[in-house]
Design a protein around this ligand. Sequence first.
Ligand SMILES: Cc1cc2nc3c(=O)[nH]c(=O)nc-3n(C[C@H](O)[C@H](O)[C@H](O)COP(=O)(O)O)c2cc1C
Length: 173
Amino acid sequence: MILNSQENYKDKKSIIIYFSRANENYAVGYIDKGNTEVIAEYIRDLTGAELFKVEPKDKYASDYKTCVREAVERIRSHNAPIVKELPDLSSYEVIYIGSPVYCGKMPEEMVTALKDRDFTGKIIRPFVTHEGSGLANIPKEIKEVCKGATVLDGLEVKGSTVNSAKDRVESWI
Ligand SMILES: Cc1cc2nc3c(=O)[nH]c(=O)nc-3n(C[C@H](O)[C@H](O)[C@H](O)COP(=O)(O)O)c2cc1C
């Protein structure tokens, strides 16, 4: 079932599953809260959805350059354990999946969190923050990993503009 109006999505039981990293990042310097987390919290404020943050077991380095090296290696090796598995998703109708673009893709921890779960009948609404790649390959990855879901059009927001993006998030919601 595909819903069209904004009210319909807001009325559904929803969860926001996202990855986000504070510290040094491209174009923004050192930040206390990651860009994707800012968008996730807007969605929470606008919909009442619960938040679930995917946390890497091995924290990424706080400096940007080392973090990129680590991200490349985790994507290459598919080795990215997480602190806590996703909760039982059976009661949620709409699942917001939020991710930064890491080298054109999701951070490997998102793959770890989402793979081998049953998304049959779920509506997924992806949102992505980036610094030029837009949605990149992420909607395709989500379709591949989240078996059985209907994946709707995603929202992309440039990371360095998240603090002024609440209106865009609201119109997408
Ligand atoms: C390891 C790493 C790889 C990145 N790769 C890309 C990329 O391929 N394309 C892009 O547009 N931005 C890239 N970025 C920028 C992030 O996608 C962007 O800063 C995002 O908003 C970070 O989200 P977060 O603060 O929630 O972690 C990369 C950032 C990092 C740390």
